[in-house]
Design a protein around this ligand. Structure first.
Ligand SMILES: C=C(O[C@@H]1C=C(C(=O)O)C=C[C@H]1O)C(=O)O
Length: 397
């Protein structure tokens, strides 16, 4: 039954479902050729584009047939139980800490060109029995009614699904008009405070040099990259505070008008993706560092959404998500953050944990023992709590 679930997306404005059908594409190029050649009326392609080039999970459909009614939201969580995979998570936390230490070494070395690199870590949870992917997605819609919620079948690996609730619009395009809402600079929310008080605390994001630097790296990159495509571009001088499920971010809404309606999507993505929101500065050095320390990321930090034959699109960063492997019986949660010279290892570890909470809440999982040991950051300054003992008997609920 789940095999007919291809692509689902819901946010405050849109609901979009592609179920059934066998028009699938493993590359952006194949999807674009289909859009131009097909006899299907009003064709559209929806799905996932990975962080690296190639290996997409894209589905072709007709806009006329897409089910786009009100979202299906349910109030009860599927009953599946999850257990923290101590062995996997211990090895993974150590790998991440080594990557962080090496990154800080490079960022603080005046002879290295690296200015920012985004590093991520994975937490694995095992389950037995059924994992009802569709029900879980419906419950996500209840949990995050204003998130950019997605659920996509992986056509590269049978029995694998990617679900998440993205906070970040990567690129939307209607004709020549484009909009982006890049985010960088993060503070974990403090649930012991009132939302208003915590929002005031988040204003620390404006003043701390570390967050402004991380954010400036991203906005400067996009301003320069978009200048080549746009006849006009509006980039506000200062970022704003954006609320995501368990964290606050710095975000800058960008709008522009393209020089020509003929600029293709693949050409724009070549230049814009991966941006320093998920990669770093300079891009080649950051990408080399990521490949060496993380290997292939696949759909984590890739793009999720849809595009049509005129390159109109709505694409979000595939973040705050999870990969469900039904055959292996596990769910991998993955999150990370931008590392700059002033970053602190404990705070980065905690920030990734706070971002993972987005999916932990959907699954009914308590934060893993590693995250609990780090605690959450209560200031925007440099705090040096730690070190963590990863492991223990912390099973999820
Ligand atoms: C890398 C992630 O998030 C990205 C990194 C951010 C940061 O470094 O502050 C903020 C938002 C996202 O662009 C993630 O969620 O895993």
């Amino acid at each position: 039954m789940e095999n007919s679930l291809h692509f689902r997306f819901d946010n405050a404005e849109t609901g979009f479902r592609v179920d059934g059908g066998d028009t699938t594409f493993g590359s952006l190029e194949d999807a674009e050729s289909w859009l131009h050649d097909t006899a299907v009326p009003n064709p559209v392609v929806a799905g996932l584009i990975p962080y690296e080039h190639g290996g997409c999970s894209l589905f072709g459909a007709s806009k006329d047939e897409i089910e786009s009614g009100p979202r299906r939201a349910v109030t009860s969580r599927p009953p599946t139980r999850f257990h923290y995979d101590v062995r996997f998570n211990t090895v993974e936390a150590e790998r991440y800490l080594t990557a962080l230490e090496n990154a800080l070494g490079s960022l603080q070395d005046p002879s290295s060109e690296l200015r920012k690199v985004v590093l991520s870590r994975v937490e694995r949870y095992m389950f037995q029995g059924d994992f009802p992917v569709g029900d879980c997605y419906d419950f996500m819609n209840t949990s995050y009614p204003t998130g950019n919620n997605f659920c996509v079948r992986n056509i590269q690996r049978d029995g694998c699904y990617h679900l998440g609730s993205s906070p970040e619009l990567f690129l939307s395009r209607q004709g020549r008009r484009i909009a982006l809402h890049p985010l960088a600079g993060t503070l974990s929310k403090d649930s012991s405070r009132s939302p208003e008080d915590d929002r005031r605390r988040a204003e620390n994001l404006f003043s701390a040099a570390k967050f402004r630097d991380e954010h400036a790296c991203l906005v400067d990159f996009l301003r320069e990259a978009l200048a080549g495509f746009c006849e006009s571009l509006v980039v506000p001088p200062d970022p704003e505070i954006v609320s995501a499920s368990h964290v606050w971010h710095l975000g800058t809404p960008i709008e522009g008008v393209l020089k020509s309606p003929d600029i293709g999507l693949a050409k724009m993505l070549d230049v814009l993706h991966p941006s320093p929101a998920v990669c770093g500065v300079p891009r080649s050095a950051a990408n080399e560092f990521i490949a060496e320390h993380e290997g292939r990321r696949g759909y984590y930090a890739g793009l999720v959404g849809w595009f049509d034959d005129r390159a109109n699109c709505e694409l979000y960063l595939a973040l705050r998500g999870m990969e469900v492997d039904l055959a292996a019986g596990h769910v991998d949660l993955r999150a990370g953050g931008g590392i700059v010279e002033e970053s602190s290892i404990p705070l980065e570890f905690g920030e990734a944990g706070a971002k993972m909470s987005t999916m932990q809440k959907v699954l009914g999982i308590e934060a893993g023992p590693a995250a609990a040991a780090w605690g959450s950051d209560d200031s925007a300054g440099t705090d040096s709590r730690g070190p963590v003992t990863v492991g223990g008997s912390g099973a999820g609920r």
